[in-house]
Design a protein around this ligand. Structure first.
Ligand code: FCB
Length: 440
């Protein structure tokens, strides 16, 4: 079925295979059992912000279909499941009182995974900031870092010994830049100076959380998940090469350098000028503390051009339904470059997958393009390991078709099809391919 002949046995025996989701994208159960409002609830209240005018209040109704979805995950034959905790479900305001009903849901989730022999990879923050904290300045306010560390420590206290991994943040670049500079994601602000202050606070809050969790004696591996893509100059012109270098600074080095070298990249600081973030004494040492792992979310490569009119030559079946070029070799190139430029902890591919225009025919989805996408990137991961990168696991994004942020339900990333009218789940061919790849 796949044009790539990669086999699981080409990977180290302990390599982890999983599927990934996030709270806001699948749970639904909006405002139920005391869940507080999030910035994404508020953002969706303006239908113009979302391609299909939808919201996350029902999503995949995972909140009410937990057992069935756990069975579905188990049926795939994966060993690990990556999910996120909705902060506002367990602490509705993001500060103050805990919500036991919210913690109960994650208790059942974590217990249900254990009963099925699946390891839990928990992410603390996948973008659904409690709106009450946004009202107090959100990630632009330094206080939010302390609130996040308190939340993180409480989740680790309750679940730390039952999960196999805790990631602090998912893709801080998206939260800072798409949320606060371009404004296409929640909270929808357009202010570059604020965006970079937000990025510093996300890194600082990550560091405070790690410090607090470790100080409490929790031994669970701790890390952070970054979206990364290799950035190539559109042409050989010196202007395009310089632009690609700076864009790499903004997307990759702005996060990698502080985390693994203890400082922000000088070229991006120079570009920002007065918009550079306010950094207090001690922040950089804290952000540079050792981590147990780094998650890489990889979807595509990017080109940079000094000219506003340049367009990627990729089209047709070279691109996904997001318009993202399908370029598996970029994953190998990215991982090898990171391995060369940084002293990396263990690496996990925490997200990789693709949206396509799936068609449901007689209860089946013949998504051979997705099978090729996944097998090509699994091969690319194998190539990186052969080149010496310590990659320990791979997660398909995503288990289910879900709420794809500003694209609403219009873009389907799942290996399992969801009929959003009936909530029926159906394995796509790609899920069956993954099952057989994993030997389920
Ligand atoms: C990543 C997000 C994830 C999903 C994929 C397609 O940026 O982490 O939630 O939306 O993109």
């Amino acid at each position: 079925m796949s044009t790539h002949s990669i086999e699981k046995k080409a990977f180290p025996a302990h390599f982890e295979w999983g599927v990934a989701t996030s709270s806001f994208q699948i749970e639904g159960g909006g405002y139920e059992d005391g869940r507080g409002a999030t910035v994404w609830d508020r953002f969706c209240e303006n239908p113009a912000n979302i391609l299909d005018g939808s919201n996350g209040l029902v999503a995949c109704d995972h909140y009410h279909r937990l057992e069935q979805d756990l069975d579905l995950i188990a049926s795939l034959g994966v060993g690990v499941y990556r999910f996120s905790v909705a902060w506002s479900r367990v602490q509705p305001l993001g500060y103050g009182a805990w919500n036991e009903a919210g913690f109960d849901f994650y208790e059942r989730l974590i217990d249900g995974l254990a009963q099925r022999g699946i390891k839990a990879y928990l992410t603390l923050f996948h973008w659904d900031l409690p709106q009450a904290l946004e009202d107090r300045g959100g990630w632009g306010a330094r206080d939010t870092c302390e609130h996040f560390a308190t939340y993180a420590a409480e989740v680790a206290r309750r679940f730390g010994d039952r999960v196999a991994s805790i990631a602090t943040h998912n893709e801080p670049w998206v939260v800072s830049i798409l949320g606060h500079e371009s404004g296409i994601f929640a909270p929808g602000l357009k202010n570059r100076k604020l965006a970079y202050q937000v990025s510093h606070h996300l890194l600082l809050s990550h560091a405070l959380a790690v410090q607090r969790i470790r100080a409490a004696g929790c031994k669970t591996p701790l890390g952070i998940v970054l979206n990364q893509s290799p950035i190539y100059p559109a042409t050989d012109s010196p202007e395009d090469i310089a632009k690609a270098r700076l864009d790499d600074g903004v997307v990759v080095r702005w996060y990698m350098d502080p985390l693994f070298k203890g400082h922000y990249p000088a070229d991006v600081l120079a570009m920002l000028g007065d918009d550079a973030p306010r950094v207090e004494g001690g922040d950089m040492a804290l952000i540079g503390q050792a981590l147990d792992f780094m998650g890489v979310n990889y979807y595509t490569r990017n080109f940079s051009s000094a000219s506003a009119n340049w367009e990627s030559p990729a089209s047709g079946d070279q691109v996904t339904d997001m318009g993202w070029e399908i370029y598996p070799a970029g994953l190998t190139e990215l991982l090898c470059r990171l391995h060369r430029d940084y002293t990396l902890p263990a690496v996990y591919i925490t997200e990789n997958g693709a949206a396509f225009k799936d068609e449901l025919v007689d209860g089946k989805v013949h998504d051979s393009a997705r099978i090729n996408y996944l097998s090509g990137h699994i091969q690319a991961t194998c190539d990186a390991i052969a080149a010496g990168v310590d990659v320990r696991g791979y997660f398909v994004w995503s288990l289910l078709d879900n709420f794809e942020w500003a694209s609403g339900y219009a873009k389907r990333f799942g290996i399992v099809h969801v009929d959003f009218a009936t909530q029926e789940r159906r394995l796509k061919d790609s899920a069956r391919w993954y099952q057989s790849f994993l030997g389920a």
